[in-house]
Design a protein around this ligand. Structure first.
Ligand SMILES: Nc1nc2c(ncn2[C@@H]2O[C@H](COP(=O)(O)OP(=O)(O)OP(=O)(O)O)[C@@H](O)[C@H]2O)c(=O)[nH]1
Length: 558
């Protein structure tokens, strides 16, 4: 059963049309799979390229930030060690004495060395006492001030050329501050200090608010200064269980913006954006921040969910609409670097051009494949119909559409042998048109052909299913009748004779004629012989007798 199914399926493929279809399908699948593979490799390279490109910016930015954080930690250590073992010099003692005199003034400034140190700016005892967050402790304030004066030397020396434009400062709870962007000794000191201690980065560094005492980034905020929006990183300074103040640096957002703009991108490389820890865009490699939101609220939520789970330094990518998003969580910044690559930019870029060439090549190949499939299918179809015609012509007579002599003899012999094997009767009718020559002579050869075709049609209509007829000579026909006795065959011959003889036939130029035929019938039972050729010879002999007896009759005996 299974074998039959396989054989049937296999034989279906022997048909050249199916083989051609199969071959083309295989070539098409193969080419599509190859192109698909190329596309997958290309996509992998594209993703790696996008990641690398963002990684370069992330590494650069991280390095800059690391430098600043290192500076901050270095300054904290300086303060820490100075608090532990303060250096007492004439100059510091003088400055501290000066502080004791000035501490009740609304604002004041101490400076050890005009050229080599930065000024320490302070506010009055009254100001400090009015703010519960502040505490000017008489036990520690001198040590802290001398430490700050020491730091002012180092801060003054620090090289700012390698860093992003920034402000580094120490804001003390004891009512003074030190910054690398010094100001004059004027009332502005009060407002500057007021601004430092009222910002969230100051209060958030209290032991209650920052129990881990780690560095913390703010989100962007308006510093209410000429610098516009800024972002700040701060660490607390603790010593001997006392929270002294904070060391911090801040960047104007513009400087981060400039930094990203300097990262080299060609026009098709997409846009890099820096987001703060509240996922607000703060800087971009484009000319300016996008006027409308780049991401919808659900998209932002999707980014947030992916990024929250990520560790610092981790990278990833997302597909949003037609855009390819690469993100990197920085090691030294509490925010996110995002690269947005639009489809349009992608198409214009190198990978886009390669993808287009690949798609066009695939389409061309497929088109050529389809065209050649159509051509080959047509060739195969033509070949098939030619083969069919040739086969038909080899077996049939084109005029009468009956079997020709060769094919008929072959079939007749086969049928006679089958009847012999099954011990069935078998009969043969030999038929010849009467005086056919005179039709040719009177009406022409074409009319003679028409008569032959007509006689064959009469013949075909009259015999039964299973009987086979053939044209065995010019106007001679033979019919074999399996499983038919002589009597039955005579009846069939008689029926044919009547049919032929009762129909008028319209010939050339309106001539109507009626034809007749003579029949000789023989059967295998009579002679106990199933050899077709011999039976046909007997029938032919009886046909001759029928002609002799006056034509238009059936003869079944010698
Ligand atoms: N038109 C046409 N004539 C054919 C074809 N084949 C044979 N003939 C003609 O058929 C005629 C047969 O004539 P005869 O054998 O003399 O016999 P008949 O005229 O039929 O006379 P009887 O058989 O004695 O009745 C010949 O003239 C052949 O040329 C054919 O394919 N087409």
């Amino acid at each position: 059963m299974f074998g039959e199914v396989i054989q049937r399926d296999f034989s279906r493929f022997k048909n050249p049309r199916n083989i051609v279809n199969l071959c083309f399908i295989v070539v098409f699948i193969f080419s599509t799979v190859l192109t698909w593979r190329e596309a997958v490799v290309l996509e992998g390279a594209y993703v790696a390229n996008q990641r690398n490109s963002l990684d370069n910016v992330a590494t650069l930015l991280d390095r800059q930030l690391q430098h600043n954080i290192d500076n901050l930690l270095f300054y904290r250590n300086t303060m820490f060690y100075a608090l532990q073992s303060p250096i007492s010099t004439d100059r510091t003692r003088k400055s501290l004495a000066e502080f004791d005199l000035l501490r009740t003034e609304a604002f004041w400034q101490l400076r050890l060395d005009l050229n080599r140190s930065l000024p320490v700016n302070g506010v009055s005892d009254e100001f400090v006492n009015s703010n519960p967050l502040l505490d000017r402790n008489d036990q520690t304030v001198h040590t802290e001030l001398s430490s700050a004066l020491e730091l002012s030397y180092i801060m003054r020396l620090s090289d700012r050329s390698r860093t992003l434009p920034q402000r580094i400062f120490y804001a003390s709870r004891s009512g003074f501050f030190l910054t690398n962007t010094p100001s004059a000794n004027d009332p502005k000191i009060i407002s500057l200090y007021q601004r430092l201690i009222s910002q969230p980065y100051f209060s958030s560094q209290s032991p209650q608010n920052n129990p881990s005492r780690a560095l913390r980034w703010t989100h962007t905020f308006d510093a209410n200064s000429t610098t516009g929006q800024i972002i700040t990183a701060a660490i607390p300074l603790d010593f001997n269980g006392r929270w002294y103040g904070i060391l911090a640096f801040d960047y104007p957002i513009d400087s981060l913006h400039d930094f990203l703009q300097q990262a080299k991108y060609d026009d098709h490389e997409g846009t890099v954006l820096l987001y703060d820890n509240e996922l607000n865009p703060i800087a971009t490699s484009a000319q300016q921040l996008p006027k409308h939101e780049l991401f919808t609220a659900p998209q932002l939520a999707q980014i947030a969910s992916v990024v929250t789970a990520a560790k610092p330094g981790e990278q990833g990518e997302l597909r949003m609409d037609s855009r390819f998003i690469t993100w990197a969580k920085l090691n030294n910044f509490d925010g996110l670097l995002v690269k947005v690559h639009t489809l349009e930019e992608g198409v214009q870029g190198e990978f886009g051009r390669i993808s287009i060439v690949l798609s066009v090549l695939w389409m061309l190949f497929t088109l050529m494949l389809v065209v050649s499939w159509i051509v080959i299918r047509r060739l195969v179809n033509n070949m098939f119909s030619l083969q069919k015609t040739l086969t038909w012509r080899a077996n049939y007579d084109t005029l009468t559409r009956l079997y020709n002599r060769g094919a008929f003899f072959e079939i007749a012999q086969k049928l006679s042998q089958e009847c012999k094997q099954q011990a069935q009767p078998f009969s043969v009718i030999q038929m010849d048109l009467d005086l056919f020559k005179s039709i040719n002579d009177r009406f022409g050869h074409n009319s003679g052909d028409k008569v032959l075709a007509h006689a064959a049609a009469m013949l075909s209509d009259a015999f039964r299913q299973g009987d086979v007829a053939g044209r065995v000579g010019g106007e001679e026909f033979c019919i074999v009748l399996p499983d038919t006795t002589l009597e039955e065959a005579v009846k069939v011959a008689e029926r044919i004779r009547v049919r032929i003889n009762t129909k008028d036939l319209l010939l050339k130029q309106g001539n109507i004629t009626r034809i007749s035929a003579s029949f000789g019938v023989s059967s295998a039972q009579e002679f106990n012989d199933y050899d077709f050729e011999r039976l046909q010879s007997h029938a032919d002999h009886r046909l001759y007798k029928a002609k002799q007896d006056g034509r238009n009759r059936v003869c079944s005996h010698d």
